[in-house]
Structures are given as C-alpha cells and as structure tokens.
Design a protein around this ligand. Structure first.
Ligand SMILES: Cc1cc2nc3c(=O)[nH]c(=O)nc-3n(C[C@H](O)[C@H](O)[C@H](O)COP(=O)(O)O)c2cc1C
Length: 331
C-alpha cells in the first residue's frame, strides 16, 4: 500500500503500462510508486541513437504506457489524474488517484484489450476496414492533441513511395543494421526486442515496404508473402513536436490501437519515413495538427504472435541495489 493506493491497483496499473507498444520493443520506461501515485520515467539507456536521436519514438512509446496505466486505474474504479511534474529530468508523467468511480462499460472494454493488442506484421486479406470503424478510430484520437487521418489513394501512394525510399536508405546504413540486429531475434533469451516469431514475412514486391526485422537472417531462410496491393493507411498527426507533444500523441496512439483491437482490426505501425528528417518533412500536414507522428497500416488478418515484456518488477525503481547505494552502511 502506498498512500491509499492498494497493492492490487499498483499491480493492475504497472502490468498494463508494461504491455504498451514501444519502438523495437525497447520498453523505455521505469516506474516509481510513491505517495499514492505513479511516477513514469524515461529510461534513456533504452534509447535508439540511430533511428531516434531526438527520442521522439521513445516519448510516443512512453505516452502509450501512460495511457495504459491511466486506463487500467480507471477500469479498476479510480479516477486517474495526470499531474504536472517537475524536478526529476527523467520523469515524464505523474499519475495520481482521484475519487472512486464506477468505470463506464467502454472503459472496461478498452482496458480488456490491453493484453490482446499486438503489432500485426502479416499480410492482411482483401476486406477493407469499413468507414464506420475508421471513423471510430479517428474519434479515438480526438481531444488529445492529435488527429488521425485516413489517407486517400494519392497520399497513400506518396506515403508508400517515401516509406520505400526511407527503408532502402536505412537498410543501406550499417549503423541502422547494427541497431536493429541488437534489438531482434533473441527468442527466449530476453524479455525485450522483437522476437523472430513476430518478424512477419518479407513482402514479395516492393509495394509495401514493411520494416524488415530479420536483417540477421539469410533471405533464403525467410518466408515471403504478397501484401495488400492497396493497403489502408492512417496517419496520426500531433499538435506539436516536442517531448510534451509526443507524450500526448503517444496516449492518443494507444487509444487508437486499443479501439482497433476491440473492433478486431489488425494494425502495424510503419514509421521508417518519419525517422529520416528530410523524408518526414515531406509528410507535414496543415493546420493545428501538422506534425506527422505515426503511420499505421490497418486491415484484417490472422492473429499475430506476441512479443515478450519485462515484468513490471524489473521496471520499477528504486530497485533494492539502488536503495543500498543511496544508504551506504544501512543494515
Ligand atoms: C513509435 C513506434 C514506432 C514503431 N514502428 C514500427 C515499424 O516501423 N514497424 C513495425 O513493424 N512495428 C513498429 N512498431 C511496433 C513495435 O515494434 C512493437 O510495439 C513492439 O515490438 C512490441 O510488440 P507489440 O506491439 O506486438 O506488443 C512501432 C511502435 C512504436 C511505439
């Protein structure tokens, strides 16, 4: 128990937070439970220096974890309050508990999707996600400093072309290859990174340049498959391009991903074009929400395998050894 926060609420909140998606499954978060609330901290040791030098993707990932934490608390009958943070440079958010409140059915439904959600890197089959469901996904992003747009055929072609360009450039860069290899394919040996079972097949054509996580695996050992000729793409724009904005947009992203899970819609982020500044610049929007933060491929497909997570206990601070370090000589 920490300041009125029950052990059950702590476990629910932390287990939900660590289930969030993160760039290359880096899980760049730490949590501190104190004074009846949760501090969420960035773990900069888990940053990706090659594709994410400014930590944009890291903060989107942290935003997704913050959203899961808030949602799990709401589903457990608490009112989660995001309170301003100051002091600790690594702290990105603080969530405290407000009054107890009966969760709305929609909140429970969304929270139940947290552990079912997965990134689906398989080809999707023919059926289009209907306009009503796309509207629901767009509404899930509303009111949170982000806006989700369904790409029309012209913009889809442009985004696919730029994704191919970015992907080709990245794969030609030895530093990019080293980074992706460091975070992939070590099945069973660790609780982060993308395992081989989640790589998905290599696309048979260059039309949809999904990210190749299997760079260390010889091509002849990889399966290839035909992806959608005209994939359905969504673009998530944010209302700013600093850490606070990324954190807001990450929360919107997670609300969209969980809504998709509830509706049985498969989703794969495809963010290579947003990782090269000169390419990303070409995707800028207009109006208040003009910073492109996420590209999503959506559709219907076979169930995708999951990726591992570090247990919540491995992501909380202070850990026992840190406590010992802070109090030398203590019994
Ligand atoms: C900011 C961000 C960017 C991502 N970019 C990609 C991407 O380009 N391609 C991809 O297949 N997955 C991408 N992902 C998905 C992560 O790889 C995935 O969340 C992580 O491996 C954990 O797997 P899970 O989502 O199935 O739990 C991205 C996720 C985030 C949060």
């Amino acid at each position: 128990m920490s300041g009125g926060l029950t052990d059950r609420a702590v476990a629910a909140g932390l287990n939900a937070a660590v289930a969030a998606p993160s760039i290359h499954n880096t899980q760049p978060w730490r949590f501190r439970v104190r004074d009846g609330g949760f501090d969420v901290l960035a773990d900069h040791d888990r940053g990706l220096d090659v594709i994410d030098p400014h930590r944009r993707a890291m903060y989107l990932s942290l935003g997704a974890a913050v959203f899961n934490l808030r949602l799990a608390l709401a589903a457990a009958g608490h009112t989660p309050l995001l309170v301003p943070v100051s002091g600790d440079a690594d702290q990105v958010a603080r969530v405290e508990l407000g009054q107890r409140r009966m969760p709305a059915p929609g909140t429970r439904l969304l929270a139940a999707a947290i552990t079912r959600r997965r990134t689906n890197r398989l080809p999707y089959h023919g059926a289009q996600v209907p306009p009503g469901t796309v509207r629901e996904l767009r509404a899930a992003a509303d009111g949170t400093g982000a806006a989700l747009t369904a790409l029309d055929p012209v913009r889809r072609a442009a985004v696919l072309g730029l994704t191919w360009t970015a992907d080709t450039r990245q794969r030609a860069d030895p530093a990019y290859r080293r980074e992706i290899i460091a975070w992939t394919g070590q099945d069973g040996a660790r609780h982060d990174g993308v395992p081989a079972q989640a790589f998905g097949p290599r696309p048979a054509t260059s039309a949809v340049a999904v990210r190749d996580f299997g760079l260390s695996v010889p091509h002849q050992q990889r399966q290839t498959a035909r992806f959608e000729a005209e994939p359905q793409l969504l673009m998530l724009y944010g209302d700013g391009d600093d850490r606070a904005a990324w954190l807001r947009t990450g929360q919107a992203l997670q609300r969209v991903l969980l809504t998709a899970t509830v509706r049985g819609v498969a989703v794969q982020p495809m963010t290579q074009a947003l990782e090269l500044p000169d390419v990303r610049m070409l995707l800028a929007g207009t109006g208040a929400h003009r910073w492109p933060q996420m590209i999503l491929r959506i559709g219907y497909g076979r169930a995708a395998p999951g990726s591992p997570r570090r247990p919540a206990s491995a992501c909380t601070v202070p850990r026992p050894w840190q406590r010992r370090q802070r109090a030398p000589g203590a019994a």
